[in-house]
Write a protein that binds this ligand. Sequence first.
Ligand SMILES: NC(=O)c1ccc[n+]([C@@H]2O[C@H](COP(=O)([O-])OP(=O)(O)OC[C@H]3O[C@@H](n4cnc5c(N)ncnc54)[C@H](O)[C@@H]3O)[C@@H](O)[C@H]2O)c1
Length: 367
Amino acid sequence: MHDTQLKELSGRTVLVTGGAGLIGSRITRCLRGVGARPLSLCMLDAYPRRTYRDLFGVDPDDPDVIVGDIQKPDLVREAVAGSDYVIHAAALADVAACTRKPMTAIHTNITGTQVVLDAVARSERVRRLIFVSSASVYGNGAPEDRAQQDGECRALRGLLEAVYGRLPSQLHENARLRPTSVYANTKAWGERQTALTLGGVGTSYTVVRYFSVYGEPQVIKRNSHSWVVAWFATRAALGLPLNLNGGGHQVRDLVHVDDIASATVRALVAPRAHNETLNIGTGVPTRVRTVAQLVAERFPNSRFRETPLPPDDPLGGYAATHRMETVLGWRPTITVEEGIARYTDWLTRTPEAIPAWLRTESKAAST
Ligand SMILES: NC(=O)c1ccc[n+]([C@@H]2O[C@H](COP(=O)([O-])OP(=O)(O)OC[C@H]3O[C@@H](n4cnc5c(N)ncnc54)[C@H](O)[C@@H]3O)[C@@H](O)[C@H]2O)c1
């Protein structure tokens, strides 16, 4: 894809559901950078209001920020009616919260998605919808997907696994989906439902499967086990031990939020992204334990502590990136070392990003 194709977005209105959240706010900034007019439809309920305002740069009084619920058909229909493109990123975007409150996950991630899809299917103006999915749809990867590799490679892998334990799985877009959590299950449903609803009426769509998104100004959510970089850095900044769930052997493909925003905006206009599903990742596997070590280099007194693996926390894998690179003509630019250094520097400069509830817990633990 050529950068000139981004010119197509100049002067276009792009509705971003969840547009005030961590990723949505970065996407809207990127859209402004290419001359588009982003319109956010967001509940602004995932963080305290001051996090949205002071850290994400979202002004709830901006007329292009609609504070509202994607489950409201009239509201969504009106927002979609004035839009040339739609990026559907609103979700209950926390694996553990979806496990605790499956009905809330169903309301937001399933009912809300259907309302957005219905409005887009009826629109004559929308040129493409991006459905924001997640690598969690792959679960732990599947033994038969690994067995698809040729015999020699499989034999070598078997030998290495006998010595080192389970090797990271490379996750291909055409692998069978194996969601292991309520959250992942809602995303798997959303992908298929997007294809059914929009494919049926001939409206272009693209499914983007984000791997593990991190980067400033990500702020941890209470009782969540997602977002390892932010969790480790925030705990380290308070002198709390870094919790290695299940020993930290899980594998993540950490992709910086700036790269996520670039990829998503490109997917809006890339001709070959029509009705495609794309992994958005770096193709580099990083163990959670390695993330902790990289954070600890920035906070030298850090301690590690082994904690149980939550049942909905997948062992994970890393992205096969060939399709993303071919379709978007692009690949991520920020390495994990650079991204973690940026995040820890930002957190040190921005102590207000550490939530008050964790400070309170930390004080209680030290008395
Ligand atoms: N952060 C990651 O690592 C990651 C990885 C894969 C996929 N994703 C997906 O990316 C998208 C954005 O995630 P994020 O990390 O920015 O999360 P976030 O929680 O920062 O943002 C999501 C936003 O959606 C809004 N929202 C929730 N329910 C809504 C509703 N009913 N109506 C309108 N708005 C509503 C919230 O208020 C929030 O501001 C989500 O779809 C998420 O599932 C995130």
